[in-house]
Design a protein around this ligand. Structure first.
Ligand SMILES: [Zn+2]
Length: 128
């Protein structure tokens, strides 16, 4: 019963997840900058830095524990590494966001390049 409930909750999360909507091709407003069989990279629709990319697995994972049975995280990090190398990105931040991110309840990485908006930098506790 518990397993069925978890599956039901997981399916409901997938149905309403905006990142899963991108995977299903239902969100044409998102700019996809990279895609392979495991990972998609889109530009943030609400950027807080000159370059703000969202890197996520095509499979819906809510938290890190679920990634233990998958190779999605190494695949995502490999894509980030290739972007950093290809574009010679020096000034960068990389964050891992789990199910607590209200805009994207789907495990993802956010790659920020360049000066982060000062209001956000203050929230992060970094010098503006
Ligand atoms: Zn999802």
């Amino acid at each position: 019963m518990e397993v069925l409930l978890e599956r039901s909750q997981r399916q409901r999360g997938v149905d309403y997840c905006p990142l899963c909507g991108i995977v299903r091709g239902e969100r044409s407003d998102e700019v996809v900058v990279y895609e392979d069989n495991k990972v998609i990279v889109v530009e943030s629709s609400r950027p807080i830095a000159p370059v703000h990319l969202i890197v996520f697995p095509k499979a819906h994972y809510v938290d890190m524990a679920e990634l233990a049975i998958s190779d999605a995280l190494p695949a995502m990090l490999s894509v980030v590494r290739s972007f950093i190398d290809r574009y010679g990105i020096v000034d960068k931040r990389l964050g891992i966001y789990c199910g607590t991110c209200p805009a994207h309840p789907h495990l993802h990485l956010q790659l920020l390049c360049g000066q982060v908006l000062s209001v956000v930098a203050d929230d992060l506790g970094t010098p503006g």
